[in-house]
Design a binder for this molecule. Sequence first.
Ligand SMILES: [Zn+2]
Length: 212
Amino acid sequence: MMIKACVICGKEFQNYHPQAVSCSSAECRHELKKRQCRRHYAANSERVNARIRQYVSNNREKVRKRAKAHYEATRDQVSTRSRAYYAENRERLLRQQAERRISNHDQIIERERSWREANRERIKKQRHEHAVAHREEKRKYNREYSAANRERIRQQQRDRREAKREEHDAYQREYAKKNRERINARSREYDRQKRLAFRALKELGLLSTVGE
Ligand SMILES: [Zn+2]
């Protein structure tokens, strides 16, 4: 047993264990443990990460369940804290995110692609539910947006049409060819209605000649 200075708070203490380096206060013991963990991780991060990955892939269901339970138990606390943290560090976090995206670009794109691939059905369902839930809102927004930007949108459409005129003409020719029957039927029906209307007018004596 000897007197030492605590490596955390600096106060002197009597060590009952020869290897003790911190005093016995809860704060110092906690802080010491944290520092040791950090040091250990810094020196062995590759090995530790490999072991974690291994554990997660062996216990996927268990890990997922536990993470979900933890998330649900601490949701409010965590979201308050992370909102505050985000507000305080917004600039730095955004910059970090951008840098990370740039330096891991291909990897991130690939990961997102494979995630979308794996969750295609779920994404589709969610998107549909969201669209249904926000339909009115969305319509209102669209109306307001197009009213506010009418001229710009029209100009854009004109420019686009101009740029794609050839393509557009070809598309229209193709469309007419494909839908010839339908278009012809519609125009026959239009003519028929017009004839009937003229006949009715004539029978009522409102028209002297039938303009067929
Ligand atoms: Zn201490």
